[in-house]
Design a protein around this ligand. Sequence first.
Ligand SMILES: NC(=O)c1ccc[n+]([C@@H]2O[C@H](COP(=O)([O-])OP(=O)(O)OC[C@H]3O[C@@H](n4cnc5c(N)ncnc54)[C@H](O)[C@@H]3O)[C@@H](O)[C@H]2O)c1
Length: 321
Amino acid sequence: MRILVTGGAGFLGSHLVDRLIGEGHRALVLDDLSTGRIAHLAGAWRGMAFRRGSVLDPALVTTLVGACDRVVHLASPVGVERIVARPEETERVIAGGGRAVLAAATALGVPCVVVSSSEVYGFAPRTPVAEEDVPRRIVGASPRLSYPRAKLALDRAARAAAATGARVLVVRPFNLVGARQDGEGGAVLPRFCARARAGLPLEVHGDGAQRRVFLDVRDAARMLADLALREAWPVDAVNLGGTEEWTVAALAHRVVDRLGAPVTVRHVAPPPTRGGVEVERRVPDLSRLRALVDARPRRTVDDAILALAHDLGAAPAERVA
Ligand SMILES: NC(=O)c1ccc[n+]([C@@H]2O[C@H](COP(=O)([O-])OP(=O)(O)OC[C@H]3O[C@@H](n4cnc5c(N)ncnc54)[C@H](O)[C@@H]3O)[C@@H](O)[C@H]2O)c1
């Protein structure tokens, strides 16, 4: 099969491309390289074609969708810092770009996976949160909310398309971790690993009691590929996440421990850019995912820490010993 992967030069997208090619498929990547990197695709050139461009270009999107058997739409601004700095652009790319991909896929009859986010559940979700718990709207004035609001609009448009019989599936990832993840956008694990490697104290925002469930990106890419390649989707939306739950503070100590870094962990005030919006605990209900694909993680958070350290050129403790 030939699969169009928008945002395929990014963190999750490039691991998905690796996975698809490893399974004998071909990938066509559309990415504007705003945060993605060509280097992420270094292992995939033999089975892949790359097109630099934007999902905001409907003619280009239609041409590329028409050349493929499946679409996985990931292209999106990501990361708290970027979103807060450019809320209008965030909404324009997520909602406008997503609409262009959906319109092309439904018009041409190409099955399409739309990658949404756990953030569509808002900031006071039930635990664990199931697919039907998605709220009607996300209320609040913070520019931080441009991301979940636009994702929710796209998520809803995709489910509306599925309701008319189009082969469209919404996938809502929870926290993913691993190699190629960019700490600049605000993701916690690459930030911790980079500071440990630089010999700097790890900074935990607030008390670090926020709990998150993490999944190694290689497991996420395998599950996403299995979802995308299915012949039928009996549901319109599915959570994609792991089972390993950590507090942010415990995660910081784990990084120090795993990398054998001679650094301390200190607690600092959360930066104002977080927009004052933080959910204490976010845990996915994975029943639907388990019914569709093999959802057992094969990697752990420790594996993700080591993969990130390897990316950064660090020498984890056990390799030094
Ligand atoms: N990483 C996570 O934990 C996580 C969690 C929930 C949802 N997601 C979703 O997964 C998807 C991938 O996220 P990621 O973490 O890999 O981030 P990423 O920033 O690494 O990937 C996004 C990619 O989209 C590209 N892109 C951005 N705007 C574009 C445009 N207008 N046209 C074409 N390409 C464009 C970027 O260059 C980048 O390669 C996103 O839709 C994100 O919302 C990720």
